[in-house]
Design a protein. Structure first.
Length: 146
C-alpha cells in the first residue's frame, strides 16, 4: 500500500504545481511581448544610426534625441526582461522545491513562500519597467498639425 500512497502524494504535488505552471505561461507571454518590443526599438535605432551620415545638420539634433529616447526604452525593456525572467526562474524553483520536498519528505513551506514572494516582486518590478517603457514610447509620439 506504500506505493499507492506515494502515487497519491505525487498526484497532490502535481495539483499544487499547476497554478505556478499557469503563471509561467503568463510570464512567457509577457516575455514574448517584451522581446518583440526590444526588437522594434533596436531596429529603429539601427535605421537611425545608419542614416546619420546622410542627415542634414538641421535634422541631426532630432535624430540624436530620438536615438537617446530609444536607448532609454531599450534599457527599460532590458530590465523588464531580466526581472520577468527572474520571476520565471523563481517559479521554476518553487515547482522544483515542491517536488523535492515531496520526494524527500522534508516540508519546506517557508522556502516555497519566500521563493514565491520573490517571484511576485520580480514580476511586479518587471511590469513597472514595462509600463515605464510604454509611457516613454507614447511620449515620443508627436502629431504634426496640418
Amino acid at each position: 500500500m506504500q506505493v499507492l500512497s506515494g502515487i497519491t502524494d505525487i498526484a497532490h504535488v502535481i495539483q499544487l504545481a499547476v497554478a505556478p505552471v499557469f503563471l509561467l505561461t503568463g510570464v512567457g507571454a509577457i516575455l514574448s511581448v517584451l522581446v518583440n518590443r526590444l526588437g522594434r526599438v533596436v531596429d529603429r535605432f539601427r535605421t537611425l544610426e545608419s542614416s546619420l551620415s546622410s542627415v542634414t545638420d538641421a535634422a541631426l539634433l532630432s535624430v540624436q534625441t530620438e536615438m537617446t529616447k530609444l536607448s532609454t526604452r531599450a534599457r527599460m525593456i532590458h530590465w523588464a526582461i531580466g526581472l520577468c525572467t527572474g520571476c520565471a526562474l523563481l517559479v521554476c524553483m518553487v515547482i522544483a522545491t515542491l517536488f523535492v520536498g515531496s520526494i524527500t519528505g522534508v516540508e519546506m513551506p517557508s522556502v516555497i513562500a519566500i521563493l514565491f514572494i520573490l517571484a511576485m516582486l520580480a514580476l511586479v518590478a518587471g511590469l513597472l519597467f514595462f509600463l515605464r517603457e510604454i509611457a516613454l514610447a507614447k511620449g515620443s509620439i508627436h502629431v504634426i498639425p496640418r
